[in-house]
Design a protein around this ligand. Structure first.
Ligand code: SR1
Ligand code: MG
Length: 427
């Protein structure tokens, strides 16, 4: 029998099944346990343990001392504590939007949570061109509640500073500081740019001094602006979805940072899906419908977030100075500016840096992939440099369309889609 109580070791499938049997009180005594490792992320091991008698299943997520993607990334297993604690907190702040956590084990650095196999990973669903009409409404409820209710606007300031300490996450933040804010913006050895896109990146990104300055400023905002408790890695691979439900997973990058970081990541990853669909849906009408759906979703995310955040502000504000007329509008404005910047950073780093997205890498035709990547980098750069004037849902869509028009040789045609999205926010 393995010793799970004394010292950490990285589990295999047999160990994880034994762990569940020995250490947890979830399944019946006579359960017939089957275990499969199903993780496909960059960092952790994810075991699905099923009782073949009852069909009941749970997830055991284990954090190792190095990343799965490369031994070069030494990452504190404490991220598993952070993940367990933030999931519990987010479960209170935004009920129904995160999996339930049953236990956290600081020796084996693992937590046990709901199995969400009845949902699918949103990135995969979007790559299969599925639509989720409720998504913008759902994700903006999650964003408005988690970002406002953890901030100084609502929390007692001493309690909030305690939270900042609880969720100080230096190693995972360092990954973001390097992979998102630094390496993509110079010719760093670790970058991994598709051959056909390289020259373009050299000219438009690495040779641009204004961009270097603006991304440096943004990096210092990320490191110093302890505004809200962020998920910290809210791409579509961190979202489980089905028709009527959204579950946000994998908050191991959580820390106190600029609220717009989470919103911008959602927007950028919808744009990756948009670009992927542009080059993979062959039938013109279906393609236009799908692109229109994604444009509307992007615009709705911005508009509904702003509206819900302002409404919740009026209900929940406790900080006296935050009630001064004009303050909340100024505050939301700065979140939207940070949202544009974060969207731009994510769009650039997934093309240029080490961690890619399947939306782009799965475009099999080389020329199309290069075109798709140029659209993302161009939109990304515009979101960063023009962030001071990007505020409405329509502003975000306009930047995307402008970048598309610059490169797509007919793959994307806007003639058949609506031109304005800023008012279609019925959710
Ligand atoms: C070494 S981790 C690379 C990336 O995977 C995570 O999901 C984060 O996005 C990180 O930047
Ligand atoms: Mg992840």
């Amino acid at each position: 029998m393995r010793d799970f109580a004394s010292a950490y070791f990285t589990m295999n499938e047999t160990d994880a099944a034994e762990y569940v049997r020995e250490r947890l009180n979830i399944f019946a005594e006579d359960a017939d346990l089957e275990c499969r490792e199903i993780g496909d992320g960059n960092l952790n091991y994810v075991f699905k343990v099923t009782d073949l008698n009852s069909g009941q299943s749970i997830i055991v997520k284990q954090a190792g001392p190095v990343a799965r993607i490369s031994d070069a990334f030494k990452v504190s297993p404490d991220r598993n504590r952070i993940e367990s604690e933030i999931l519990a907190l987010q479960g209170e702040l935004a009920q129904g939007f995160v999996p339930k956590v049953y236990s956290y084990d600081p020796v084996m650095n693992c937590c046990v949570m709901d199995d969400l196999s009845d949902h699918e990973i949103m990135r995969s669903a979007l790559l299969n061109h599925k639509k989720f009409p409720l998504f913008a409404d759902q994700i903006t409820t999650f964003l408005a509640r988690t970002l406002l209710l953890t901030s100084d606007v609502v929390m007692g300031h001493k309690e909030k500073k305690g939270r900042v300490q609880q969720f100080t996450n230096p190693e995972l933040c360092e990954i973001t500081e390097d992979l998102v804010y630094t390496e993509p913006f110079y010719n760093c050895e670790q970058n991994d740019v598709f051959e056909g896109t390289k020259e373009f990146v050299h000219q438009t990104i690495w040779n641009d001094r204004e961009l270097a300055l603006e991304t440096a400023k943004l990096k210092f905002d990320f490191m110093t602006k302890a505004q809200s408790l962020l998920h910290g890695d809210l791409h579509t691979g961190s979202i489980f979805i089905k028709e009527d439900s959204v579950k946000i997973i994998d908050p191991e990058f959580a820390f106190y940072g600029p609220a717009g970081y989470d919103i911008g990541n959602v927007v950028a990853n919808l744009i990756f899906a948009y670009v992927h669909a542009s080059y993979t849906i062959k039938e013109e009408k279906r393609k236009n419908e799908y692109l229109q759906y994604l444009e509307e979703t992007i615009a709705q995310v911005i508009e509904l977030f702003s509206r819900k955040f302002l409404e919740l502000w009026d209900e929940a504000v406790t900080e006296q100075t935050a009630t001064v007329p004009g303050f909340k509008e100024w505050y939301v404005d700065s979140i939207l500016e940070d949202t544009a910047a974060a969207a731009g950073l994510e769009l650039c780093r997934r093309v240029i840096g080490i961690a890619h997205v399947k939306d782009l890498t799965s475009i099999s035709d080389e020329e199309n992939r290069v075109e798709a990547e140029k659209i993302c980098v161009t939109a990304g750069k515009a979101f960063i440099l023009e962030r001071a004037s990007i505020r409405s849902g329509n502003d975000f869509v306009k930047v995307l369309r402008r970048s598309v028009d610059q490169f797509s040789k007919g793959a994307i045609n806007h003639d058949n889609t609506s031109n304005s999205h800023s008012i279609s926010t019925a959710g």
